[in-house]
Design a protein around this ligand. Structure first.
Ligand code: NAG
Ligand code: NAG
Length: 445
């Protein structure tokens, strides 16, 4: 039998540029239909598919009839991975058993991601998939002056977990043409990047990220190398049953960053982002079980990306639709923000001052830069994850903890978001995304 599959518990955001395509397990992407709508609200169904990010895949020595791991748990096999380029040549990313190993299933327009899955080779934790336009290319999105709508069911997604739907500015082919060492490409989910400059990515720019690699102190399936891979990120949805936020995070100098420049505010991206979290913005009764937007049931989430008179992206607006009723996003209850239920550069800067946060979004180009990211084309990612860095406190608890009541995200007890806790208590948690629609403003709902 094969050695245990190397599975990765995702911490923040991870990406892999992968190397060789595998030859042991076939890669069959789960089908997922989406809808493209026009100004007349008439929508066309597109038959699409999703692929699993390469960081989760079995990485094996690429020799016929051998099943030796190139990477196991949080450790590189130095026999095949003595240096970054050799490792990329020696090692292959294998096809995924989506349902059995990873708990990823689709049906029609619906995608379900299960938090943990006990598979034939061990326990998988979390997953991240990308929407494909074809078997070998990602679907690219430019949401500038457009609208994106999906249904989400979070009734089985408790505190401490995150069911995320977001855009990142990855290459359409997963980086194959820019980095010839990467022979696996988008088909195998390569080329992830985001505004955290994630360093847990095993392959970046066609090379293994094994220099300076350190195992995670808390996650048996992850580590960090000396490089991170950085790009614009639009978090349309980061949420669980108790809390939600939408957050642009900009990265005007897309590329690879080095750990030595990893300082939160001196790096090349806005890691904090410009978030609208209903609870933190003051309306504690807006979203949750039995609240105005009731997370015990499915809801449609509408996000509009609106250009200003200067022709640049200026505002991100949110609506919900539940039981046939359109529900505008909640308004902030804080002085100076009571007319704010969307995100603009002005709202964000008022909010940063109010909360005593550093405005790194403005330093990284603000809304206009988010619009430029879309003009280059962004890839749609959907994931479920627990948080080894901050136990998801930034979403549904008090964070940073020493900030006190000035920083009102206190929803839950602090200890119930720890990965060990959620994995032990909520192994069968899941999120379902469905009915994805996109098109001009006011075309999808
Ligand atoms: C909307 O409908 C009108 C009338 O049927 C048609 O002329 C127009 O081309 C349609 N617009 C789009 C964007 O499909
Ligand atoms: C999770 O699901 C499995 C399989 O259906 C079941 O055996 C187990 O008891 C469930 N665990 C929890 C904590 O609900």
């Amino acid at each position: 039998m094969f050695p245990k599959t190397a599975l990765v518990a995702l911490s923040f955001v991870a990406a892999v540029l992968g190397q060789q395509p595998g030859s042991v397990d076939a890669e069959n992407h789960p089908r997922l239909s989406v809808q493209q709508c026009n100004a007349n609200k008439s929508c066309t169904t597109l038959n699409r598919e999703v692929t699993l990010d390469s960081n989760w895949r079995w990485l094996r020595h690429n020799v016929a009839n051998t099943y030796n791991n190139c990477y196991t748990g949080s450790t590189w096999n130095t026999q095949y991975c003595s240096n970054p380029a050799t490792c990329a040549q020696n090692c292959a990313l294998e096809g995924a058993n989506y349902a059995g190993t990873y708990g990823i299933t689709t049906s029609g327009s619906s995608l379900t991601l299960k938090f943990t899955q006990q598979g034939p080779f061990g326990k998988n934790v979390g997953s991240r998939v990308y929407l494909m336009e074809s078997p070998t290319a990602y679907q690219m999105f430019n949401m500038y002056n457009q609208e994106f709508t999906f249904d989400v069911d979070m009734s089985n997604l408790p505190c401490g977990l995150n069911g995320a739907l977001y855009f990142v500015q990855m290459d359409k082919d997963g980086g194959m043409s820019r980095f010839p060492n990467n022979k696996a490409g988008a088909k195998y989910g390569t080329g992830y990047c985001d505004a955290q400059c994630a360093r847990d990515i095993k392959f970046i720019n066609g090379e293994a990220n094994l220099l300076g690699w350190n195992a995670s102190p808390t996650d048996p399936n992850a580590g960090k190398g000396q490089y991170g891979t950085c790009c614009d990120e639009m978090d349309v949805w980061e949420a669980n049953k108790m809390a939600t936020a939408f957050t642009p995070r900009t990265c005007p100098m897309r590329g690879t960053s080095c750990a030595t420049f990893d300082n939160r505010y001196n790096g090349i991206c806005d890691k904090d982002g410009c978030d609208f979290n209903n609870f933190r913005m003051g309306d504690k009764n807006f979203l949750g079980p039995g609240k105005t937007v009731n997370t015990n049931a499915k809801m449609a989430v509408v996000t509009q990306f609106i250009s200003g008179s200067n022709g640049l992206l200026s505002e991100i607006k949110r609506f919900y639709v539940q039981n046939g009723r359109v529900i505008p996003n909640s308004y902030s209850t804080f002085p100076g923000l009571t007319t704010a239920n969307s995100l603009t550069d002005n709202i964000y800067s008022t909010q940063k001052t109010l909360f005593g946060d550093f405005n790194d979004f403005a330093d990284n180009g603000g809304m206009a830069e988010m619009g430029r990211g879309f003009e280059k084309g962004m890839v749609l990612a959907m994931s479920i994850w627990d948080d080894h860095e901050a136990e998801m406190k930034w979403l549904d608890a008090n964070y940073p903890e020493n900030k006190g009541p000035q920083h009102p995200r206190l929803i839950r007890a602090l200890d119930v978001g720890a990965p060990a806790y959620v994995q032990a208590n909520h192994p069968n948690a899941s999120v379902t995304f469905s009915n994805i629609k996109f098109g001009p403003l006011n075309s999808t709902f």
